[in-house]
Design a protein around this ligand. Sequence first.
Ligand code: ZN
Length: 244
Amino acid sequence: MKDKIIGLIKLQDCDSRIKEVIAGKKEGPLKIQELENELKTSLMRLQEENDRFEQLKKDRRGIEQDVREIESKLEKSSIKLNNVKSNKEYKAALKEIEDLNKSKSMMEDRIIQIMEDIEALEKGCLENRDVQVELNRKFEMDKEEIEKKLEKLDNKFKDLEKQRAEFCRVIDKDLLSRYQFLKERKGGSAISPVIDGVCQTCHMGIPPQQFNNLIKGYSLLTCPNCSRMIYWGEDSHYQDVKNA
Ligand SMILES: [Zn+2]
């Protein structure tokens, strides 16, 4: 009887490790995806900053061009002023010069503002290239590490499957189907230790007479509460089974 129980304990331990490995195998690609999304977001933010920097430089060139045009208009207006023939013409020319100077002054203010913005962005943008390289490098490293872990998990999975087949081979067929039946309906746990009269999986007490029988260990008993197969958890036969 005890050998049968030991067989089931080993099988259940193997199954729970398989479950862990499967969970880990699912987690890996999700983690990679998450890191990739983080990388994309960071790179996009850096790119936006660089785009803004380039746009500002373009804006500055545009306004400088506008200022040059206004300056040439101002030149023409000055010539006009020198050649006026009437008071009316004089006033009009003065007004024209005044308006052009106003525009020019506004543009110059705008250029100063842009220069300040450019200056504020410049250092960060120069560093962005390095930051991008570093982010890419870090992502590749993290990814590689996860992929290595996944490879290890794959190997572990294969080993555990082999072990499982071996455990199943030595358990008799009826007991194995009972195990499978319970495992599928009881969240992966078909057999439970009982310590001090308490089932360690459902945490309910079992009747004293039944507990005495369990300690004797002549037959395979069932928890009256959760229906799992049970064994006496303090029996020295079952210690270290999992680590065997
Ligand atoms: Zn129970």
